[in-house]
Design a protein around this ligand. Structure first.
Ligand code: GLC
Length: 600
């Protein structure tokens, strides 16, 4: 009997990332598997069943590589080793195998713009003379207007500022004890920028990609993907050295242990212009695209199901789309939507622009509301102006209305999960976790807090270890070790108790059950691959955002009065706090609520 003819005429199935829901694990704060107060890879393994039950498709792990942890692991000392804080390479392999067995893809972070100053290459560079091959792997330069060999180069090569505050250049002492060259660090002093013109740097990063691809990872989240290549000549630049629009602070850094004096003795910070486009001489340079084309080919060597997602704070959306052209990366985080706040008009404009830009290059859109660098959306949306984007919140700042923030966060999440494309969920947002807004200065660890002398509160508040069990010490962060475990590396606020996973599991109306239901609904209706169209009831000027995705009508109410459920539809899912049993009779969508509506 001959085989039936194979029909190859149909469209090939969309790659897995086109509609994937990716859960971001911040390893330090997800789950502590050995009771030392720090999250780790064994902790991840213990909680994989939770993630599978949640209904996500993939996990992305922030860096777990060998690192002195000057920037929570975004300062990599060895790209091929697991830091002992998080476990071993064997633990990684076991985690990867377990995740794969549960049908979860695994994305790891790649940090190519800079290494740690404790990376062997930087150590070699310090020990080698100016002009050496070792120095050329980094961005070393003589001081401004320095007469060669005179040692008078006591001014930095240009005026660039570090994104974390303070100057972007640090002067070294040469091996013979004389004042030496300067090196560039767009971030912390302990994060020297690599020289991406150098073929050895290029080859090393290709090899790092292959190292993790060979182990079986499904993709990479590329850190500061708009960085790496710098404009020739490193010209001065007067713009603000921030990743996104925000406060511009130019001060000498404070060191850990210095009295913080946060917010008290500083002049009023002012709004800085977004530095991303026209590009600064250090971001969004044309040359970065050659790197991604090159990496695209490396991934292709492993088949068609490995991917890269760009962390690129560039605008407008058309600029971002250039990172996901067919021969470059597969996804880019859509921070435009994250920055739109809880505002129907801005969200609506952002959705239009994002979908159009992604479609213009044939890439899937992504939707992100929170991550380890931003104030959690359940807190941002509880501020008086829910479109603001603070860089951390301290006890002396405006405190959010927690209930309002949570209602809006749940509503915003339902919007993002119903849009076509891929969605990112930051650990803890499925618990409705708020930002820790009253962390004491002594507890803070983020280098931005120190380098801006407290003018930027920093990102610690969104990085607090997760609460798993309300009645356990450390809210169960250390699982079965909780009774004897060291306290979590950042203190948790009391407000975490009611948000603990065990308080929400199986409780209809809880945020955890809302996420589970929304993810199941999204998967069942294939919303991630669906077709988007604004609905007749879409009225962003009155705060109503309404769109169709296939047969589903999504209606979000950001306004001041309840909005009617259109005739012919009934509520299939609501972001409100009421139990699911109450949805069937709903004919009005209250303010700060989103509903999924199905045709009767
Ligand atoms: C990215 C990371 C951030 C880190 C920075 C420097 O923005 O998300 O956490 O501090 O890059 O690597």
């Amino acid at each position: 009997m001959s085989n039936p003819p194979v029909d190859s005429s149909g469209p090939s199935p969309a790659p897995w990332w086109s509609d994937a829901v990716v859960y971001q694990i911040y390893p330090r704060s997800f789950a502590d598997g050995n009771g030392d107060g720090m999250g780790d890879l064994r902790g991840v393994v213990e909680r994989l069943p939770y993630l599978a039950e949640l209904g996500v498709d993939a996990i992305w792990l922030s860096p777990f590589y060998k690192s002195p942890q000057a920037d929570a692991g975004y300062d990599v000392a060895d790209y091929r080793q697991v830091d002992p804080l998080f476990g071993t390479l064997e633990d990684f392999d076991a985690m990867l195998a377990d995740a794969h067995q549960r049908g979860l893809k695994v994305i790891v972070d790649l940090v190519p713009n800079h290494t740690s100053d404790e990376h062997i290459w930087f150590q070699e560079a310090l020990a080698s003379p100016p002009g050496s091959r070792e120095r050329d792997r980094y961005m070393f330069r003589p001081g401004k207007d320095e007469v060669p060999g005179s040692g008078d180069g006591n001014r930095p090569p240009n005026n660039w500022k570090s994104i974390f505050g303070g100057p972007a250049w640090t002067r070294i002492t040469e091996a013979d004890g004389s004042p030496g060259e300067w090196y560039l660090h767009l971030f912390d002093t302990k994060q020297p920028d690599l020289n991406w013109e150098n073929p050895e740097v290029q080859e090393e990063m290709r090899s790092v990609l292959r190292f993790w691809l060979d182990r079986g990872v499904d993709g990479f989240r590329v850190d500061v993907a708009h960085g790496m290549v710098k404009e020739a000549g490193l010209p001065d630049w007067e713009g603000a050295a921030a990743m996104v629009e925000g406060t511009e602070v130019h001060r000498e850094p404070m060191q850990p242990g210095d009295a913080p004096g946060a917010h008290t003795d500083l002049e009023e910070p002012h709004r800085a212009v977004s530095p991303t486009y026209p590009p600064s001489p250090f971001f969004d340079q044309e040359g970065v695209h050659d790197i991604y084309r090159d990496w695209h080919r490396v991934l292709e060597g492993y088949g068609s199901d490995r991917m890269m997602v760009a962390e690129a704070w560039v605008e407008p959306a058309e600029r971002l789309a250039r990172y996901v052209r067919q021969d470059e990366m597969q996804q880019a985080f859509n921070f435009d939507f994250l920055l739109a706040g809880w505002d129907a008009e801005r969200m609506s404009e952002s959705i239009d622009a994002s979908l159009a830009a992604a479609a213009s290059v044939g890439a899937p859109c992504t939707w992100v509301l929170s991550n380890h660098d931003t104030v959690r959306h359940s807190t941002r949306f509880g501020l008086k102006d829910p479109t603001t984007f603070p860089k951390g919140i301290a006890a002396t700042d405006e405190q959010p209305d927690a209930a309002l923030g949570l209602a809006r966060a749940r509503a915003a999440t339902l919007i993002s999960l119903a849009l076509p494309g891929s969605a990112y969920v930051y650990q803890g947002e499925e618990l409705g976790l708020p930002e820790h807004t009253t962390l004491p200065a002594e507890a803070r660890q983020d280098p931005t807090f120190f380098r801006t002398r407290g003018a930027e509160t920093g990102r610690d508040g969104c990085r607090v270890p997760l609460p798993w069990a309300a009645d356990q010490p450390g809210y169960g962060f250390a699982g079965s070790h909780s009774l004897t475990a060291a306290p979590p590396w950042l203190p948790q606020p009391e407000s975490f108790g009611p948000h603990a996973a065990d308080q929400q599991d199986g409780v209809s109306g809880s945020t955890l059950e809302l996420y589970r239901a929304a993810l199941a609904f999204r998967a069942g209706r294939r919303l991630g691959l669906g077709t988007f169209a604004w609905a007749d009831s879409h009225a962003p000027e009155s705060g109503v955002l309404a769109f169709h995705n296939g047969d589903v009508l999504v209606l979000a109410n950001t306004g001041f009065a309840s909005a009617p459920v259109p005739e012919g539809y009934s509520v299939a899912l609501s972001s409100g706090l009421e139990p699911a049993a109450d949805w069937s009779g709903m004919r009005e969508v209250p303010v700060d609520c989103t509903v999924y509506l199905a045709k009767n």
